[in-house]
Each structure stands twice: as structure tokens, then as C-alpha cells.
Design a binder for this molecule. Structure first.
Ligand code: 6PG
Length: 252
């Protein structure tokens, strides 16, 4: 590996969530101090629940300026926001309903709509509300993109062998995932790569093989191995998911 990754390996799920929450709080402080706002895209699935629950409790809840925090989503299932599978619903229940982030600063992907129209509208929101680099032709940038990792190496809804992997222009897109027989809405590589920081949060023994495959640059291109970032991708792992790596690896 070429220094694209920085590993933070903790003993278990709880300590991994605490370490990731501490890093979130640090990134939020920096962004708000320097630019007046912290724009973060949340991951879906089940792994981030422990992080969101930690952020909604002491010490992190009161350390973070939620009034200056802008919540985005990395991807969404094409279901209503009240559906049990909705990433928005999960984030709402574990974090957003419990902190003082204005609802006008929480932008969910509208999974209940036509996915292509919802993806286009989400891109417009990103383009109008995210700060842009000095060079206008660069994509706007989020301060933090939080990602989980699927056992097949997908991140957000960038699934293997899907057309969205080749999307290099749009910042969001709709994608039909054959293995799920379902549509998804997702951020694309260009927007994720433009983020100031990308954080991978992966826990559990079931993810050990895919973590090794991704960090050792798997032979076949996995969606996660294609990820590029402005800075080293920070991995927050418990020991079970990082089975093939030593605790506290600084970078690799
Ligand atoms: C989703 C996620 C997806 C998730 C991985 C890992 O909508 O499912 O955004 O990319 O992060 O599938 O999911 P788990 O955390 O449930 O293992």
C-alpha cells in the first residue's frame, strides 16, 4: 500500500465507535473554526449505528456544534423515509432526533421518488450548498464522508459490476443493484474523492477478509479499492475486522 490508508484499530465495537466519534468531533471543530460549517455525509447500513449512538451521548453530543453541522447522506435505499430499510430513518433514530441540528440542515436523499429525479435534485442541493474550492471546475467538497464496507467491497451504493462505478461527471446517481433487485441513490466517486476526509468504519469478523482484500489492493478491482481521496483514507476498525493488521498501524 502507498500511504493512501491510515488504520486506527481498536479492541471492540464500542471503542471503535468512540475513536471514530472523537475524530468526527475534531474534524467538525476544524471545519467550523476555519469555514463556519461542517458538512458530513453519513453512511448507511448497520455498522454506523454504534457511532451515531455515541455522537448522540456525552461526551460527544455537547462537544459538537450541531447548529453549524450540515448532514448529507452517502447513499439511500429507494424506500420511504419511514421504511425500516431507510438509511435516513436509521440516522434519525440513532442520532438526528437526539441532537440540536436544524432540520433545514439535514438533507436526506428522497428514496420514495423516482431515483433518477431524486439523484439529480440531490446533486443540485450539493452544488448550491457545499463550499467550492477556489477552482470552480473542481467538485464541491464535503468535510467528511463516512463509509461502511460491504462484504463484496462496495462503498455507499457503488456496487461491483454496476454502471455507477464509471460515473465520472455526476456527483450523485441512481443505480439498479441486480443482487438486491433494488434501486439505490448514491454519491459517486468524484464527490467522495473531493471530500477533505474519507472515513471507513468497519467492524466484525465477517468483514476481515474484505478489509484485507481492499487494503492489500485486491487483484480484481473492488469498488473500495478504486476509491481515491484528497488525504489518506482513515479506517476505524475493531480488531475482529482488522485480523490481518497489527493494532495501531499508522499508515500503509
Ligand atoms: C447501505 C450502506 C452500505 C453499507 C455497507 C455495509 O446503504 O447499506 O450505505 O454501503 O455501508 O453495505 O453495511 P453494514 O454496515 O450493514 O455491514
Amino acid at each position: 500500500m502507498d500511504g493512501k490508508h491510515a488504520l486506527h484499530i481498536e479492541a471492540d465495537l464500542h471503542s471503535t465507535a468512540q475513536a471514530a466519534a472523537a475524530r468526527w468531533a475534531e474534524l467538525a471543530r476544524e471545519a467550523i473554526r476555519e469555514r463556519g460549517a461542517f458538512h458530513v455525509a453519513l453512511a448507511g447500513g448497520s455498522t454506523p449505528r454504534a457511532l451515531y449512538e455515541a455522537l448522540a451521548r456525552e461526551p460527544w453530543r455537547d462537544q459538537i456544534n450541531w447548529r453549524a453541522t450540515f448532514i448529507w447522506f452517502g447513499d439511500e435505499r429507494c424506500v420511504p423515509p419511514t421504511h425500516p430499510d431507510s438509511n435516513y430513518r436509521m440516522a434519525q433514530e440513532t442520532l438526528l432526533a437526539l441532537v440540536d441540528c436544524p432540520s433545514t440542515q439535514i438533507q436526506r436523499m428522497e428514496g420514495e421518488r423516482d431515483p433518477h429525479a431524486a439523484a439529480r435534485d440531490y446533486q443540485r442541493l450539493l452544488e448550491t450548498r457545499l463550499p467550492r474550492e477556489e477552482l470552480p471546475d473542481l467538485p464541491p467538497h464535503l468535510d467528511l464522508v463516512l463509509l461502511g464496507l460491504g462484504s463484496d467491497g462496495h462503498i455507499a451504493s457503488l456496487f461491483p459490476n454496476t454502471a455507477i462505478l464509471n460515473q465520472q461527471i455526476a456527483l450523485t446517481d441512481a443505480v439498479f443493484v441486480p443482487k438486491l433487485s433494488a434501486w439505490r441513490i448514491s454519491l459517486t466517486y468524484p464527490l467522495i474523492a473531493a471530500a477533505r476526509q474519507v472515513m471507513m468504519l468497519v467492524t466484525g469478523a465477517s468483514k476481515a477478509d474484505i478489509v484485507t482484500a481492499v487494503l492489500h489492493g485486491a487483484a480484481q478491482e473492488l469498488p473500495a479499492t478504486r476509491l481515491r481521496s484528497r488525504s489518506a483514507i482513515e479506517w476505524y476498525l475493531d480488531r475482529a475486522a482488522a485480523a490481518d493488521f497489527t493494532t495501531g498501524d499508522a499508515s500503509c
